[in-house]
Structure formats: C-alpha cells, structure tokens
Ligand binder design. Sequence first.
Ligand code: ASP
Length: 447
Amino acid sequence: MKKMSLTQKIILGMVLGIAAGLIINYGGFNQKGGFVNEYIVEGLFNIVGQMFVTSLKMLVVPLVFFSLVTGVVGIGDIRQLGKVGLKSFVLYLLTTALAIALAITIAGLSHIGEGANLSTDAVFTAKEAPPLSSVLIDIIPSNIVNAMAEGKMLQIIFFSILFGVSILMVGKKAAPLVSGFEILNEVMMQMVNIIMAVSPYAVFALIAKAVSSLGLDLLVNLAGYVVVLVSALAIHLFVTLGGILKILTRLQIGIFFKKIREIQIFAFSTASSNATIPVTLRVVTEKLGVDNSVASFTIPFGATINMDGTAIMQGVATVFIANVYGVDLGIDGYLTVILMSVLASIGTAGVPGVGLVMLSMVFTQVGLPIEGIGLILGVDRLLDMIRTAVNVSGDAAVSVIVAKSEGKLNEEVYKDPDAASKEGEIEIDEKVEKELAEVVEKVHEKA
Ligand code: ASP
C-alpha cells in the first residue's frame, strides 16, 4: 500500500474528527458529567488538542524572530524591504475592505434577520476600539522581552526588522551572526516538522471536541445568518482572492488552492491565525516557493493585520443585527462599518474569538445594541473556525503576489506537486549524525 502523505493524513484526521464529533453530538453522549463528556471530550480530546495548539504557539515567537531577521538580511537592501512592506500592507487593507464590502452587499441583498423574532439571554460586554494613535504607538515595544513574552506580533516584527537592518549596517563583522541566525531558523523549521508529525491526531482531537460540543440546533435557528456568512466567505476566497491572485500573478490558481489546504485545516482546527503561523510559513516557503525574505515578513504581519474572514463576519453580522432590531444604518453607517472593521483588524491579534470583540467595537461606533451580539454567540465557535481558514488563505495569497512581483517566487517549486513531500518525516542527516557522534566522543575523552 502506498504510504499516505502528511496532508492526506491530516485530511483524514479532520474527516474522522467531524464524524466522531457528530456521533457524540447527535447521539446525545456529551451530557455534562457523563463518561464521554468527562473523559473523552473534555479529557482526551481536550488534552491532546490543547497540547498541540500550545506547542504551535511555543514556536511562534522564536520562529518569527529568527526567520524575519534572516529574511531582512536576505533581502539585503533597505529600500526593497520598504517595498515589500508597503505592497503587503496595501494588499492586506485592500482585500479586507473588499471582503467587508462584499459581505455587506450580499447580506443586504438577502435581507437576513428582517422580521426575525429572536431572543437571547447570552450577554456580551463591549470593548471600546483603541484609538488609532495608540495602535500606532503600540507598534514599538518598550521592552522586547515583554513583547516576546506576550507574543505582541507587531512589536516583535518591528524589533526584528530593526535588528536585521542593523546587522546589515554592521556589515562584514556580523557575518558569523548571520550564519548563526540562518542555522537557528533552520532549527526552528525542524521543530515545526517534528510537531507536524503528530498533527493528524491533534487535528482529529481538536475537531472532534469542537463538533461534539457545538450547538448544532442553534445552527438551524440562525440558518439565514450562517448560510449568508458562509457563502460570502466562499465567494471571497474563490472569486476575490483567487481573482486578484490570477490577475496579479498569472499563476495557475488551482495549485494554490490545493497547496493551502493544509494551512486551512490548521486554521480551522485551532481557530487562530497566530497559532497557525508556523504551518503557514512552512507551506508558503516550502510548497508555494515564496522566498523566506518575503514570507518571514508577510506571514506574521498578515496573521495580525489581515482578517478577511473576520471582516466578512462583521459585515454580515452588522446587517443581520441591524435588521433584527429594525435599525437603518444608511450609507454613512455602512461606510463607518467598513472603516472600523479595517482599522480594528490592524490592532487585534489573530486569536480565537477576537472577531466578536472587534464586532463590539464596530457596534459601539455605529450605535447598534451590543446585546445583539448575544444572538450570534452560540454559533460563533464554528464560524470562527471557518473564517480563520479564510483569514490565513488571504495571508498566503498576498505573500505569493508580493513575492512574484519582487522576483522572489520560485515557480518551479510552486508548480511542483510534490514540493516538500518529505514533510513530516523526521530525518537526521547521516553526515551530521556522524559528526555529532565524533564531537560527543571527543568530549567524553576529555572528561
Ligand atoms: N480567530 C480569528 C483569527 O485568529 C479571529 C476571529 O475572527 O475571531 O484569525
């Protein structure tokens, strides 16, 4: 029998996870205090899933730091660095704005929520949007250890770029440091590979747990909202992102969508763009052929500021709740929603559930009742998973576009269906192994 590739195993894990989750959910096995709930869902699935997500998170900060410093040194030219930064920033804002405009249009045309009689006792507390000034000031870390400890992505990016640029300015003397960073970057990538090797089981556990505890009955109540939202997400993914990618790069789009499946599954299982960074970075560089000098910047940057899927949720949710409460927002209101969503996505990190927090900022701004959010709270977990998959797809698409325009895309790798096919197999170089053994022996001799 042919050995399954890692991607195939991950997909199998997802499918089995959905099946197991549905059986537990529909079979009514997930009663609180029951055996299945206590030991399987909240026990086994929860432990395996959380251990995996935590290990991915563990890699994020060092991976971003080492690969970004290596990337900046790799670009070697500060002006070109600025170009990569500007292009990705503009593309990220553009795709997010298009996403939310599309969402408002589709939701508006489908009249969701009009005349609905929904009630809720779920409460949601609003958050004020941080003013633009503090978003800007917050890009600079006052203490890099603190920024790394808290995983503040924009601050880490800022520091890493400055660090890389300074290495370039020090020049020849810093050469050993450059190789050091390159090696560290490779080591981090190996750590990603090790963790990826167990990912099919983790994906199974994460998805089985999520599906078994989802309020599936609620989906029916909110069917209009869910259907419109999921359709808008699909249209954005395949038409908007696919279209922009095709027009700007002339590459074959089918390959792109096939190769990013793995990233989407991880985003779906973890509901966190941030936790998915190690996987995204690996797929974009090793399978899509984007040079590390571009990807090391665009991926962590995108995970933080680019949230097309989340923006779509905000557009659809705003129209839905405005209709439920019979509020007419008018053109002004909707323009504010677009602007607010784009701004809110810049300052907020890609972690589970943050979309709802952003939505509350939007609602406060346009004067919609915050209690409205309680209506969609019950189905948000599932929708969070789906929109996160769209968020990371946008990051990958923009990375390919920017890389292509900068001549930093290896098209051979992009086209190669087997690129990085040794994924997930942990191999230790024989020569290195021998050398290491010799070193160990010498140390023993000395001792
Ligand atoms: N979970 C999403 C992300 O990490 C953000 C959200 O929409 O809640 O990208």
